[in-house]
Design a protein. Sequence first.
Length: 386
Amino acid sequence: MDGMCRGGWWSWVAALGFGLGGCADPQGSSFGSPEPGTASSSAGTDGSDSDDESSAGAEGSWGDSTGMDDPSDPTVDPSDPTNPSDPTDPTDTGDLPPMTCTYQSTTFGSPLQELDVIDDPNSGVRLSFTVPGLPAPELVSAAELRFRSYDSDHPGEEGRIYVNDGGPFDLPANAAWDNAEATGAVDVLSALEAGNNRIEFGPGPLDRSFFRIGDVELIVTAAVDDCEEVDETGGDEGDGVEQMLHYSDAEYTGRNNWVWRCQGGFDYAFTAASSEHIPTDCEGEYAPDGSAHGTATFHFADVVEDDYLVEVHAYHTFNRNPGGARIIVDGVTGFVQQRTGMEGESSFETAQWGVAHLSGDVDIVLDSSQGGYASDAVSWIRIVPQ
């Protein structure tokens, strides 16, 4: 037996027949259990490959001893995605357990955006939201779109949802949600992309589609090691150019209800109804009719196609519109808050309307012509590529 274990092809046959631990070497250690500090021919015992050439066994035995392709084999293409030994395979997740992650839109927590379309179910007017940072679709096993809605009370007819232009999906609705807020949820797994995802809400087949949407987020189950947002953009990066327009560049209706303040640091416009502001209008055109109604339209020309964050800079005070200033970006209505929390408080602030996909000539309107008296303000509006 001692001689059989020392050499010859039949020694390997005997070793396999009796088990790797069946023969003792001359030093007294078993064939399959090397002494501490000696090289082992068994790959994977400590999770690493040995650098000792002798550990690979006889010539040509690479594939049998490790279960991997011989990298020196000219028939093996290491870049082949079907090759299990390719360490650069991007689809290899390392058998990560699925993790549930929440990805919020860039305007999460902002006031609800409003859609109001009359007798035009094919209207291109949509509420648009951007949810960034999603992992690659092949890593995602489940995805639910969640959002807050108001007045979604016509099931199957209220509106349509588009995810990266995919869909449409029915806007969840319930008769009990008439003039009330609710939470909607839709399975959108089939429409997701890596990086930025554009979520849009459009009109349904009703004579009038009216609802508000906000707090848009995606709840995703994916094979990732953490929920950090990824930098990928799904190949949809643009070359957008930032633009800003001053309130004096805007086109006005009801100019008589707008006060222009041109006092150095206090340089802004606001709607008002009181005659006390007549002396402070630097253009001398303020002649209030008591309604405080009017609009200011900012014409942005030759906008390079991209996703843009829309910002509204204004003088915020306690007596501003309690419902928020109504801002219409390329046909999509949203609101920005300009009211301070306490009487006597006032300051210049920049409010974020949200992100919109814009291109060409774009109009952004501060619409202060709705409802009863309310004061809205603007110093400038800026679009910032994302």
